[in-house]
Design a protein around this ligand. Structure first.
Ligand SMILES: *[C@@H]1O[C@H](CO)[C@@H](O)[C@H](O)[C@H]1NC(C)=O
Ligand SMILES: *[C@@H]1O[C@H](CO)[C@@H](O)[C@H](O)[C@H]1NC(C)=O
Length: 511
């Protein structure tokens, strides 16, 4: 018994030992960082030494950066044994001395990853995934040629998925080929490119095609389109326009998100049709809408369609109601939109024509003007903004809020107290504007967050409020900035002890 006990004990010790040995070993392995740490002193030198280097611009406090860190490190360790090795680096641009580099690379958010080529002579945004395997795949592809040669049907079936662009050439040289490769270099972070001498290798291959010709494969609409002009700018425009669906579908399909994000980030006017797919009119609406989209190809309007069910959030965003569906709207830049309620199939084309000709009035989302508005803080909606703010001839303190904003809820009772203290002052109005339910069409007010508070004085001077959100500070702000001419009996009728301190004294002294 004793001996077997001893054996078991030694096995246990061995297991324990080897476990901790492995752990120590693992710690050591982790201690070697594959990601290079750069700073302003060595950034240029290190980058200059590499044909291809990946740099993450980060800030230590950024949550997405922390989440990325282990994946980025893992990718760096895998790619260190790639042939040739691919180097990943990082730079903390929160650090004062490194901020110049953030400026130079126009870093606007964290993390931003850039791929630098030719010793830093060219730089491109990293647009790949953020987990280790995805990073590895994307970087391998980016590190390879911008356009992969397709030499077999197998190459073709491995490469051609989603949107894929293939140049078909009778020889792999000459102006057309060079232009194609140059464009592939330029657009490589956004699109995948290939080229081939043999069109028969391609899906739906035709023997008649010998090129030079560019064929763009896509998983929607006509499935592929050809283009024969090798002017770089024209080819680029062709790729951009052909790689999004004629009509983008607004739904929750993850495969669709890329097209949705392209649609919404496009600088085109955006036409959107929301309809109930299960109604009788649905089919003819869809058909007509597609026809119209076809007609407007290349005319600066992008088209989207959505079922009113999945489009519910969108309808709400635009302040539209179920009974206004089917609804056709055009969003032109951020500020202008044009709406046709209860649109019928035959009305789509004429309405869009009117829109194009500038004959459709702008639509402004507004809640109804409240019938009674006798609370201390007045309610302003888009339709009453002119009357209450612009034409009132008063000093108006206007809060832009949204119902779900926590800071706004905290501010509400304070604003109410401020309003109460001004109740007998005919020259001051305290008001609020629900910016989630009303459009701010006047370019004067810039609202980037809630709450945003402005004072618009009787004479039209606009001052935004950035002080503490206390009754005293707000009143003080109004007193300093309001039009002085009207100030004879405009002292706030506020006699509460705690709000009379130092702040109101200067105002008194002025009188
Ligand atoms: C760059 O300089 C910093 C600060 O001296 C140093 O921590 C870092 O390791 C250097 N990086 C490289 C790749 O030499
Ligand atoms: C869509 O139309 C069907 C049939 O007319 C109706 O039953 C359904 O409630 C409608 N759905 C919506 C979201 O309006």
């Amino acid at each position: 018994m004793a001996s077997s006990h001893l054996i078991r004990f030694s096995v246990l010790v061995f297991v324990l030992f080897s476990a901790s040995f492995a752990e120590i070993y693992a710690d050591k392995a982790e201690a070697k960082e594959f990601v290079l740490t750069l700073d302003h002193s060595n950034f240029s030198d290190v980058v200059a030494k590499h044909d291809f280097i990946v740099v993450e611009f980060y800030a230590p406090w950024c949550g997405h950066c922390m989440k990325l860190a282990p994946e980025y490190e893992k990718a760096a360790s895998i790619l260190s044994s790639h042939d040739p090795p691919i180097v990943l680096a990082k730079i903390d641009v929160n650090e004062e001395s490194n901020r110049g580099l953030a400026g130079q690379f126009e870093i606007r958010g964290f993390p931003t990853i850039k791929i630098l080529r030719n010793g830093g002579k060219s730089s491109q945004d990293y647009k790949g995934p953020r987990e280790a395997d995805g990073i590895v795949d994307y970087l391998k592809q980016q590190n390879g040629p911008a356009s992969a040669e397709i030499k077999s049907a197998e190459d073709a079936s491995n490469l051609i998925k989603d949107v894929f662009i293939v140049g078909i050439f009778p020889k792999l040289s000459g102006e057309e080929f060079d232009n194609y490769i140059a464009l592939a270099e330029k657009l490589r972070s956004d699109y995948a490119f290939g080229h081939t001498l043999d069109a028969k290798l391609l899906p739906r291959g035709e023997t008649s095609v010998s090129g030079p010709i560019v064929r763009l494969f896509k998983p929607f609409d006509e499935l592929f389109v050809d283009f024969k002009d090798f002017d770089v700018a024209k080819l680029e425009k062709f790729i951009e326009e052909s790689s999004i669906p004629l009509v983008t579908v607004f739904d929750n399909d993850p495969n669709n998100h890329i097209y949705l994000s392209k649609f919404f980030s496009s600088s085109n006017d955006k036409a959107m049709l929301f309809l109930n797919y299960t109604t009788e009119a649905a089919e003819s609406l869809k058909l007509k809408y597609r026809e119209v989209a076809e007609q407007y190809k290349g005319e600066g309007i992008s088209f989207l369609i959505g079922d009113s069910q999945s489009g519910e959030a969108a309808l709400k965003y635009f302040g539209l109601k179920e009974d206004q569906v089917p609804v056709l709207l055009v969003q032109k830049s951020e500020k202008f939109k044009y709406v046709k309620f209860n649109v019928e199939p035959e009305q789509i084309a004429p309405w869009l024509k009117d829109y194009k000709n500038g004959n459709v009035p702008q639509y402004i989302k507004s809640e109804p003007i409240p019938e009674s508005n006798d609370e201390p803080v007045k309610v302003v909606v888009a339709d009453s903004l002119q009357d209450v703010v612009y034409k009132s001839g008063k000093n108006v303190l206007l809060e832009f809020y949204s119902p779900w904003c926590g800071h706004c809820k905290k501010l509400a009772p304070i604003l109410e107290e401020v309003a109460v203290s001004y109740e007998s002052d005919p020259n001051v109005v305290i008001a609020k504007f629900d910016a989630s339910a009303n459009d701010i069409t006047n370019g004067e007010f810039e609202v980037r967050g809630y709450p945003t508070v402005y004072l618009r004085t009787a004479s039209g001077k606009l001052v935004d409020y950035n002080g503490d959100r206390t009754k005293e500070d707000i009143i003080n702000f109004i007193e300093i900035n309001r039009d002085k001419t009207e100030q004879v009996d405009s002292e706030p009728k506020d006699t509460e002890a705690d709000s009379k301190p130092k702040d109101s004294k200067p105002a008194k002294d002025e009188l």
